[in-house]
Design a protein around this ligand. Structure first.
Ligand SMILES: [Zn+2]
Length: 416
């Protein structure tokens, strides 16, 4: 659908200005943001976004989860719209770009299309999904999860923050509960543009990440039971050391992940030994294994191998063992057609690009269940995110938004 020699770009300065204006709402303490979901700051950020969208001629609908749908009309109002969505909420010590870049780039795409006098057959809808971060109300990606049928509304409304305030009550309090049913909108496609939150694009010197998959995960909690004993007076051959068993299983986790390359990872990030005393051999160890892969067969194979090897390690040391799955997501395969659209847009614009797997969860991972979906990523400095020091350059932000613009024009069908 693209014109010959078509080299149009979004307005990078305007996008950057909007990012900086939004960052003034719910400032952090170290240059980032604390605009947690369903706080007064969240409400204010939503109002600012609404006002910008309305200035750009868009109309708003809000569903009962507070998801905001800002619509730019197409020449065929009956056609299934093309969606661009991410989130405006942040971590308590979050950055200025995680999520926000995707929402405000959606707005910038519409602003640019209007400025250039372009028309698309399909409407374009820019979405702010409620509570992506999940810090205040677990789990993450809550409202996109309800939209996609992963969670029900009652579950979402009942989630409580650390002060015992309920999600549903807080959504009412800030005045952002809409009336529209959650889910079931006709979606032709959804694009989510996001910072990478990892170090790969910067290290590889690439401007654009074409996101082909989202990683699936298994969280396995392991409890080893040994015998607490004095570290000085217990002979080596009489110890039943849960700490040693944990160390050997951590080694096994690393080996198993290395044996499933590429694109498989495994680590133990949470570990406790009991009684955790300098001169007591641990009688108990409790730790969580985190295995991830974009390939379901590999993911399950890693879990199966751990479940075979860890009991052997425990038996060799005379330890009791229990392994309990405490978290799981299936890997996500983004829509192959849309992945191609994004790659072609990057190629056409002359931006360097590479395929990438999203290591973190995103709203797009849930929406992918109900509509063709894809993600675009830009680098972030040192891969740092969920941190007030999160940083990107205006050029990186603009390049990804250009790719978003061209991808959306392709999907929404430019009218000549
Ligand atoms: Zn995010």
């Amino acid at each position: 659908m693209r014109m010959e020699g078509d080299n149009i770009r979004i307005d990078g300065a305007r996008l950057w200005d909007s990012l900086m204006e939004m960052a003034k709402i719910g400032p952090g303490i170290a240059g980032g943001n604390n605009r947690q979901t369903l706080t007064d700051a969240d409400a204010e950020g939503r109002r600012l976004f609404q006002s910008w969208c309305e200035e750009a001629g868009m109309t708003m609908a809000v569903d009962r989860m507070g998801n905001m749908f800002m619509r730019h009309e197409g020449t065929d109002p009956e056609a299934d719209p093309v969606y661009i969505g991410s989130h405006l909420d942040t971590q308590p010590t979050g950055g200025k770009y995680d999520g926000v870049l995707g929402v405000l780039s959606g707005l910038e795409v519409v602003r640019s299309i209007r400025d250039m006098g372009l028309k698309t057959r399909r409407p374009i809808v820019v979405v702010n999904w409620t509570n992506e971060e999940g810090t205040r109300f677990a789990p993450a990606m809550l409202a996109s999860g309800v939209y996609a049928g992963v969670h029900d509304e009652a579950f979402a409304n009942s989630r409580e923050d650390a002060e015992g305030k309920r999600f549903g009550d807080e959504l009412d309090r800030i005045g952002w509960r809409g009336t529209e049913d959650v889910g079931g909108r006709p979606l032709h496609a959804m694009f989510e543009y996001h910072i990478e939150q990892g170090p790969i694009l910067e290290a590889e010197g690439k401007q654009i990440g074409v996101v082909t998959h989202g990683q699936g995960l298994w969280w396995l909690q392991v409890t080893l039971t040994g015998k607490e004993a004095h570290t000085g007076s217990t002979p080596m051959n009489m110890r039943v050391n849960a700490g040693l068993g944990m160390a050997r299983i951590i080694e096994a986790v690393h080996r198993i992940a290395m044996d499933h390359q590429p694109d498989a990872v495994g680590a133990v990030g949470q570990a406790n030994v009991y009684p955790n005393s300098r001169n007591v051999i641990p009688g108990k160890a409790v730790f969580t294994i985190d295995f991830r892969s974009p390939d379901l067969a590999k993911l399950n194979a890693m879990r199966a191998r751990l479940e075979a090897e860890a009991p052997q390690i425990a038996a060799d040391l005379g330890l009791g063992i229990e392994i309990e799955p405490v978290g799981h997501f299936d890997p996500v395969t983004f829509d192959a057609g849309l992945v191609g659209v994004v790659r072609n847009a990057a190629e056409h614009l002359g931006y360097s690009h590479m395929n990438i797997v999203s290591g973190a969860g995103h709203d797009a991972c849930w929406i992918n269940r109900v509509a063709p979906t894809v993600m675009i990523m830009c680098p972030c400095v040192d891969g740092l995110s969920h941190n007030e020091a999160e940083e990107i350059s205006p050029e990186w932000a603009a390049a990804g938004a250009d790719v978003l613009l061209h991808s959306v024009l392709e999907a929404a069908e430019v009218v000549r």
